[in-house]
Design a protein around this ligand. Structure first.
Ligand code: SAM
Length: 279
């Protein structure tokens, strides 16, 4: 019988945020794969967990996952923890899960803190529909591509950022998305937790005067549907009625519906549209 891989969410600051189940599981498994063993030993000592640890991090994740899969195949139960939060969310947990599933190993995830969800819920921005972009890529071209995609994103956008790159990222976001509403959630669950709900330009001015400190999550409002609609109107104003029809047909709208939409956009009757396209 193979062992089970337990993904164990650990606190993102406040140690009281660990669950009973995570503490029990960490005590019961045979081995804990930790992102930084020197960091996690403090957590283990605090909860009197004596299970052996092995390091599993970004730079050994592929080979170390092979090793952990072998241990699991031999019947040992393994827990995976990272420096903070839910393993697999912007940390090496993802690779281990992939390899375990490929090897037919059972994987389970013990829910708990994740900075992205904690920040979203207190952001004051829409929580019904959201997307998580994690850290923007450092590669310039890739980052530009993502920013281009985000321009049309209507869901609330969640980003992770390190304090020393915060100002640069906010500036790039303002250039790409305009002066959107933004919430910067810092030091979550810790003594100096702050939630700064503002707009991108105000945030940039603020951080030009005050050096960003502490871990943070940046949450930006998505593009409004009205804005998209206005842009579409502006984009068809230069078009002929035929070209305007084509715009909707290309989107997969049928002929009848396209006529209705073109008429509505231009404030004319469907018959007027029909007369033009029939000729
Ligand atoms: N696995 C983690 C999770 O579930 O949230 C995320 C790991 S990622 C390597 C680290 C990033 O998460 C930080 O750069 C920061 O953006 C965010 N983060 C983690 N802890 C935080 C906290 N207490 N307050 C604000 N942001 C935090």
């Amino acid at each position: 019988m193979s062992g089970i891989l337990y993904l164990c969410a650990t606190p993102i600051g406040n140690l009281e945020d660990i669950t009973f189940r995570v503490v029990r599981t960490l005590k019961e498994v045979d081995l804990i794969a930790a992102e930084d063993t020197r960091h996690s030993i403090k957590l283990l000592n605090h909860f009197e967990i004596k299970t052996p640890m092995t390091s599993y991090h970004e730079f050994n994740k592929v080979e170390k996952a092979h090793y952990l899969v072998e241990q699991l195949k031999q019947g040992y139960n393994v827990a995976c923890i990272t420096d903070a939060g839910t393993p697999g969310i912007s940390d090496p947990g993802e690779e281990l899960v992939r390899q375990c599933l490929e090897a037919g190993i059972q994987v389970t995830s013990l829910p708990g803190p994740a900075a992205c969800i904690t920040a979203l819920t207190m952001s004051g921005l829409g929580t019904r529909r959201f997307c998580f972009e994690a850290f923007l890529p450092s590669d310039k071209k890739e980052k530009q591509q993502i920013l281009e995609e985000l321009k049309r994103e209507t869901r609330t956008i969640i980003l992770y950022e390190a304090p020393h790159r915060l100002l640069k990222t906010l500036t790039e976001l303002a250039e790409a998305l305009g002066n959107r509403r933004v919430t910067i959630a810092r030091e979550l669950t810790k003594k100096h937790e702050t939630v700064f709900a503002t707009r991108l330009e105000e945030a940039i001015s603020y951080y030009n005067e005050n050096e960003p400190k502490g871990e943070c999550v940046v949450i930006i409002e998505g593009k409004s549907f009205e804005e998209i609609r206005e842009e579409e109107i502006q984009s068809w104003e230069a078009l002929t009625i035929e070209e305007h029809m084509e715009l909707y047909l290309k989107k997969g709208v049928d002929q009848k519906e396209a006529m209705k939409l073109v008429a509505k956009d231009r404030g004319i009757s469907k018959r007027d549209v029909y007369k033009v396209i029939r000729c």
